[in-house]
Design a protein around this ligand. Structure first.
Ligand code: DAH
Length: 336
């Protein structure tokens, strides 16, 4: 029995171990059930009692020494692997963090919210209605006769004969009055559609309609409520002007201007050198319209108004191209 040879094979084996895989393979060759040590221990059987004792002791001591060295190698490889893993997953906690992108309300929605907040505080409730509307509600019931220019195909999107995309929120005046008796005090936010597209027009835009009907409502009520609204919306020092105008569904009618937000009245490109900006259409509800919904114009009277939300948002935020609202460019939208 050549213990010397066993020794040498252990030494050269250990010297050739470079990886954890080498180690596993070598361990099997050495210490496995059919490994070298097993073979040597098996060989003891053929020796006499005395030799068996001596060789047995030597083999076993070499075996436990070898096991210890292999365990040491195993620990070494495990430690190396742990270090590599640490390298891979290392984070520099002093680096600045990433700020997550947060969404925010679209400037049109913000403007809607503000308009609704102001009118709610004045006792108005909010109603919404259909964007696909009949010609009857969009025009006839509002005293807009068949030959009125607003009914020209150039302005109105027709779905089919008699059915249109509403060109304004005013048809909701009729729907609201048909569904309830006076007093009425309502605003109607919503999308409207017109066949028009340039720096100040988009084919879809938004309006807020307002309607107040009760006993004894006068033009001074219209002036008071809308002046309060404008001062809330644009600031208490904003100049307000009521200018005679014409709408088929109101009589008398007025357009409301505010002092130009850019030049403060001196005259500039935005206000076309007038010093004033139109922001609202309004008027006393036409008796014909009241009669049409079954109200008695001798008993009740009211005023109505309508405003373009994009226009108000443009003036509030200083935006000069209406199309910006609909490019969905977050660099633009995140400013508001
Ligand atoms: N509907 C009108 C438009 O789209 C705006 C308007 C004017 C609404 C006068 C009203 C009003 O309620 O009284 O241009």
């Amino acid at each position: 029995m050549n213990i010397e040879e066993l020794h040498n094979r252990v030494e050269s084996g250990i010297a050739s171990v470079k990886t954890i895989e080498d180690l596993k393979g070598f361990k099997l060759v050495l210490l496995g059930r059919k490994g070298l040590f097993a073979e040597y221990l098996d060989g003891l059987k053929s020796l006499n009692k005395e030799e068996r004792k001596d060789f047995g002791r030597e083999i076993n001591s070499l075996k436990s020494e070898t096991e210890g060295r292999l365990k040491g190698l195993e620990d070494h490889f495990a430690e190396e692997e742990r270090k590599r893993e640490q390298e891979r997953s290392w984070i520099d906690i002093t680096m600045p963090g990433k700020i997550p992108l947060t969404g925010r309300k679209h400037p049109i929605t913000q403007t809607f919210d503000e308009i609704i907040r102001i009118f709610s505080s004045l006792g108005f409730s909010v109603a919404e209605g259909p964007e696909v509307e009949t010609e009857h509600y969009n025009f006839e019931a509002l005293n807009i006769p068949k030959d009125h220019p607003a009914r020209d195909m150039q302005d109105t999107f027709y779905i089919e004969p008699g059915i249109v995309l509403r060109t304004h929120t005013s048809p909701m005046q009729i729907r609201v009055m048909e569904s309830q008796l006076p007093p009425v005090r309502v605003i109607v936010p919503g999308a409207v559609y017109r066949c028009d597209h340039d720096v100040s027009h988009t084919p879809m835009f938004h309006q807020v309609e307002g309607l107040l009907v009760d006993k004894g409502v006068r033009f001074s009520d219209l002036k008071g409520i809308l002046t309060v609204f404008i001062h809330e919306m644009f600031g208490p020092d904003t100049p307000v002007r009521f200018r005679p105008s014409y709408f088929p569904f109101t009589e008398p009618s007025a357009e409301i201007d505010i002092g130009c937000v850019i030049c403060a009245g001196d005259g500039c490109r935005l206000c076309k050198e007038t010093g004033w900006l139109e922001i609202l259409g309004s008027g006393m509800v036409h008796p014909q319209v009241l009669r049409g919904v079954g109200y008695d114009p001798e008993e009740v009277s009211g005023f109505a108004f309508g405003m373009g939300v994009e226009r108000i948002a443009m003036l509030r935020f200083g935006i000069d191209d209406i199309r910006q609202f609909y490019y969905h460019d977050t660099r633009f939208l995140s400013q508001f």
